[in-house]
Design a protein around this ligand. Structure first.
Ligand code: ZN
Length: 159
């Protein structure tokens, strides 16, 4: 069966960065199942898998623009340490949540911890990275009405 809109696609994948370092992989886990065409996975990958067949292996390389965007220096902010309720809990590479002006929640990465200030980076952790996927298409099936209604795959376990 062909990968196309409204079908449930199960893939095994390995994701590496430009240096060949593994960022994520389904190895040792269940394949990732998603519904094609509903924006459940990164758009460049979804596009590359469209029209492929069950059993195919697909290599996909995405430029930063097609992945999580270019790295933006303006998204780095310094915040006085006293603004954190528990500054001793912070660690470089860890993540903190901040409230945005419109009431949303933003995830920031702790880039640096100084004596007075903490440097936070609001870029996506994969911003500026090219992404390289090695994908094997394990299974393709039609999504059920209910799955399409919910916009996600029902695999019989969690919901
Ligand atoms: Zn559901």
């Amino acid at each position: 069966m062909t990968v196309t809109k409204d079908r449930v696609v199960s893939i095994n994948y390995t994701l590496t960065d430009d240096e060949g370092q593994v960022l994520d992989s389904s190895e040792g886990r269940e394949p990732l199942s998603y519904i094609q065409g509903v924006g459940a996975i990164i758009p460049g990958l979804e596009q590359a898998l469209e029209g492929r067949e069950q059993g195919e292996n697909v290599s996909v390389s995405l430029s930063p623009e097609d992945a999580y965007g270019d790295y933006n220096e303006e998204l780095i902010v310094n915040v006085p340490k006293e603004r954190f309720p528990e500054p001793e809990q912070l660690e470089v590479g860890g993540q903190v949540q901040a409230q945005t002006a419109d009431g949303g929640v933003q995830i920031l990465t702790v880039a640096e911890i100084g004596n007075e200030e903490v440097t936070l980076d609001a870029n996506h952790p994969l911003a500026g990275q090219g992404l390289h996927f090695e994908v094997s298409i394990e299974q393709v099936r039609d999504a059920t009405e209910e799955e399409l209604d919910h916009g996600h795959v029902h695999d019989g376990s969690d919901h």
